[in-house]
Design a protein around this ligand. Structure first.
Ligand code: HEM
Ligand SMILES: *[C@@H]1O[C@H](CO)[C@@H](O)[C@H](O)[C@H]1NC(C)=O
Length: 489
């Protein structure tokens, strides 16, 4: 008996205590003050990953809006919520995202350690490619007009379903509706219908992966296939299909977009195996949809709760000549030609806070914030949650109110706030989201089509909630709205 107890102490308790001791950080007065937690090592991980928005709000309030520190699974995170600090953080060379990208590519997307390191090493080449295809006006227009045309076709099919139905209406789960329209058209525009032909459930796989697998897989737990079979299987099926599809595209580049064709060639030139390229392309499929889909869903819910807004947007579209343009010509209107829709889109982005910017402290770093100088320790993580930045009442009066005209110029009857100056949904610095220009057209284009074509009724108003956070894995789990769609006459 005594021997058993001794063994338990030696084998389990001692290493556990050592782990707790080793992973329990101490803080100096020069670091952002820590927020308390109860479970050792795990720290604030539960709040951080599951009810992010509420957790961030409460933590920030408990520190009077000052930067603070949290512990997430044994790692110290410094949380900054001030716009000026975030700009500084993006410019500071000793705060870097490299190791985090490596972790994402290996844990989340399943590259080996070696492949992930290689991927990070060719980041500058990929950055250049992203800039060329996603951010130069000429190429951005090519992708966007492909997308508008495909979105129109997706909605035409839906219109036919509505017309053919006895009730002249269809009922859809709100989130799935966005996946099946905006998501499908985006995958068709970037990758091609050929990929969906190969795996018609590609977006279901993406949904299971992003919805159920994000934190579990990112955690790097051993044997993810056994522990998290559903998202793991969904990812591996998607990757296998993409690998097969790459071979088809090699024979016929017209099966995909100029952007993805160029991406495949660049990755190949850099010596990447097809199996690895498939994982990289799956990460691109994720990147081009996983933020946009919940962002569009949340925006749509906000719109449906503002009936006069939908009316006004229809009028704006009509005045701009939307009805007389072909879908490929819509690019001439988005975004500048539709200032009300644009303002309402940014307001929805502001309220449905999106992904954090993350940086690792590579070397001890001094960060001047207002009248304080913080000393950040090597190995810490710097986290900038847009949900805090976007709710700052000195930048956005009445931050909890959805004001569709907040970002509309004063001369057009709006509040005249400037979204470029005060919103940070796309990160910044050397990992500034390269999809940001397309994303605006992607989501605005989706919202415009909805307003133009349909009357949507939310059938279960008393049951569903508007998620307070557009992170995919969170929004997908909130009780969904059920939409009834009818054609406008
Ligand atoms: C509402 C939609 C979107 C939001 C909110 C969003 C947000 C973000 C954020 C926060 C980052 C990380 C930035 C950082 O680390 O500082 C990012 C990175 C990225 N995004 Fe987006 N994104 C959206 C749409 C898109 C789209 C449509 C595409 C592609 C067409 C895209 C492609 C990427 C890529 C490739 C990266 C990695 C950049 C790098 O590491 O260099 N995103 N996005
Ligand atoms: C908003 O701010 C950006 C960046 O500072 C600036 O380039 C742009 O002109 C401003 N827009 C308006 C309408 O003032």
């Amino acid at each position: 008996m005594l021997q058993t107890i001794a063994t338990v102490v030696v084998v389990i308790v001692t290493p556990l205590l050592l782990l707790i001791w080793w992973k329990t950080p101490s803080y100096t007065a020069d670091e952002p003050a820590p927020v308390p937690y109860t479970i050792p090592v795990l720290g604030n991980a539960l709040g951080f990953t599951t009810y992010h928005r509420k957790f961030m709000d409460e933590s920030s309030a408990s520190r009077n809006g000052q930067p603070f520190s949290i512990l997430v699974a044994g790692r110290k995170h410094y949380v900054f919520n001030n716009l000026a600090d975030i700009v500084t953080i993006h410019k500071t060379k000793t705060l870097d995202i490299k190791n985090f990208i490596k972790m994402i590519m290996s844990n989340l997307f399943g590259m080996s350690e070696k492949e992930a390191i290689k991927f990070v090493s060719i980041k500058p080449v990929i950055h250049e490619l992203n800039t060329k295809y996603l951010l130069t006006a000429k190429n951005n227009v090519v992708e966007a007009s492909r997308y508008f045309t495909l979105l129109d076709e997706v909605f035409n099919v839906l219109d036919k379903d509505i017309k053919d139905s006895a009730t002249k209406s269809v009922t859809k789960d709100g989130f799935v509706f966005v996946v099946d329209t905006q998501g499908i058209a985006s995958v068709q525009a970037y990758f091609g219908q050929s990929l969906l032909d190969l795996n018609p459930k590609m977006l279901t796989d993406l949904t299971v992966f992003a919805g159920e697998g994000f934190w579990p897989l990112l955690s790097g737990a051993p044997a993810p296939g056994l522990l998290f079979p559903r998202p793991f299987t969904a990812r591996e099926r998607a990757v296998r299909n993409i690998e097969h599809w790459i071979k088809m595209v090699e024979k016929d580049e017209s099966l995909t977009s100029p952007f993805i064709a160029a991406r495949m060639n660049v990755l190949k030139d850099q010596g990447m195996e097809e199996t690895v390229i498939a994982r990289e392309l799956f990460s691109m499929l994720f990147g081009s949809n996983a933020n946009s889909i919940p962002t569009a869903y949340l925006a749509l819910l906000r719109f449906l709760y503002s009936p006069s807004l939908v009316e006004d947007i229809r009028q704006e579209l009509q005045d701009a000549g939307y009805g007389s343009l072909s879908p490929a010509e819509y690019v001439s209107l988005f975004p500048l030609g539709l200032p009300l829709l644009r303002s309402a889109f940014w307001e929805a982005i502001r309220m449905g806070s999106v992904s954090n910017t993350i940086r690792e402290v590579l070397e001890p770093t001094e960060l001047v914030s207002g009248d304080r100088t913080f000393k950040l320790k090597k190995g810490g993580i710097v986290t900038c949650p847009p949900c805090l930045v976007h709710m700052n009442p000195s930048l956005h009066p009445e931050p909890h109110v959805f004001k569709p005209r907040r970002f509309l110029p004063k001369e057009l009857g709006g509040d005249g706030e400037n979204h470029t100056k005060t919103l940070k949904p796309f990160g910044g610095g050397n990992s500034y989201c390269p999809g940001r220009v397309f994303a605006e057209k992607q989501v605005m284009g989706f919202l415009a089509e909805i307003c133009w074509r349909y009357e949507i009724t939310i059938l279960d108003k008393d049951r569903f909630v508007i998620p307070d956070n557009a992170d995919f894995h969170y929004a997908v789990k909130c009780p969904r709205a059920l939409f009834e769609l009818r054609l406008r006459d």
